[in-house]
Ligand binder design. Sequence first.
Ligand SMILES: [Zn+2]
Length: 529
Amino acid sequence: MNKYYITNAIPYVNARPHIGHALEFIQSDTIARFKKTQGFEVKLLCGGDENALKNVQAAEEAKQPIQEFVDKNNKLFEELAKSLNTEFDIWQKASTNSHFKSSQKLWEQCEKNGDIYKKSYEGLYCVGCESFYTKSQLNEKGECFEHPGKKLEEVKEENYFFKLSKYTNRLLEAISKEDMKILPSFRKEETLNMLKEIGDVSFSRPSKDIAWGVPVPSDATQTMYVWCDALANYITALGYGESFGSPTSTGNRTSKFERFWPADIHVVGKDIMKFHTIFWPAMLMSAGLSLPKIIFVHGWVNVKGEKMSKSLGNVIDPIPLIEKYGSEAVRFYLAHETSVFGDSDYSDKHFSEIYSGLLVNGLGNLLARTLKMISLYPAISKPEEGALARYPIKKNLEFLTTGEKKRWSFEQASPSFLVDNVLWLAYQKAMAAYEISQAIKNIWIYLGRLDEYIEDYKLYKMVKSQPEEAKVVLWHLAYSLASVAWMIKPFMPETADKILLSLGVEPTSREEWKEFSAKEFAHLFPRIQ
Ligand SMILES: [Zn+2]
């Protein structure tokens, strides 16, 4: 069985999770579930980035001991993951002993390779980014572009540095040749531009100032720079370095590490791109490890065009939304309504419109109508091939596509032909390109047309006037809904199973359907005031 290792970024646990975290959870979980349907052995990772200075400052502000504080917040992220029905296989807390040891092993490998050196340094530190900047990288007020209004820390200290500049050419090559692919392609171009100006990076802070974090191996006066251990979580979670030094080991690897590394895809937000497209692969090169295959860089969920922030008071908490509408609706909204690689805007009004328009009156209503008509018969058996072609979709139908051809258009084809030969292919193609929003949008374009299909043949009259012929049309509808259920499994796993069960077919294996029948069922999406 082929493996597929996918990682979510481990979020800072300095505050409660917001809807942007929910978006990333849904993106990585949807990709993971899709790969499972394709037969891959999948490992999906998330965890808590616990060693950041911003966590320390937030704990001080909350007047709580730091470990207690990060444990408490970390739990909120785990609870969000659970209430969104995401299936994380590994939850890597960065304050654990095993993570400490393993990230120190990575440090030692880089050091052995001559890539870590000490020097005194003067610079400006943005706690928001957990990153150093030079004056030329800041706005005219001397603030970082990501965190306007926040004062930078003036730092003058002796640090360890990592020889990032040594790897510039190898990085340029790996990225240009797509040995490590960056999605979308404009992020690849951004990274290639950034590489032109990259120098060595500070890799530690004095432990007298920053005591919270992973100590530098063999130098207790220094604490590892938070990014250094946070990025390492992707391998420390696989047990990197665990068997180090044991006489029987073949090096610094455990079987889990050998099985799953390199990562097939890192899912990250645009704000932490450079750490994943530049710092991390350089660290891996230095330690002699393989590079991740894909870096997937998603955009942000904004509110009225602005970034969510505590100071603006516009942070959207996903938990009340899940409580009100259910996890399936939130999963749907974030997949269908959010641009995968660009920024999107969230509003409660828009959410409620999408919920009633596309779920209650869309999929939910279509399934209810179809089942009601099927329930007039003991079962709907598969009609003869010739009969199937008698009831085509009458109006043109256009799907969104990836690549050069903008749209696929069809008319006069029967629904079960379209679903097998067009929608299914468009879906596979979009999912393979990680265009998850396009994949689910095409499904809803198709569902919208099925509503019209019922009207085209006045099916509710036909079941009375021509009950035998009506069975052919009902077969097309039931077959389409069952196929759609299989396609939405990665997005809305519970809804998918409910659809299949209500049509009287097996939800766990995709056999060739011979008949459908209407089983008792509750409306998929209740109306909500
Ligand atoms: Zn910043």
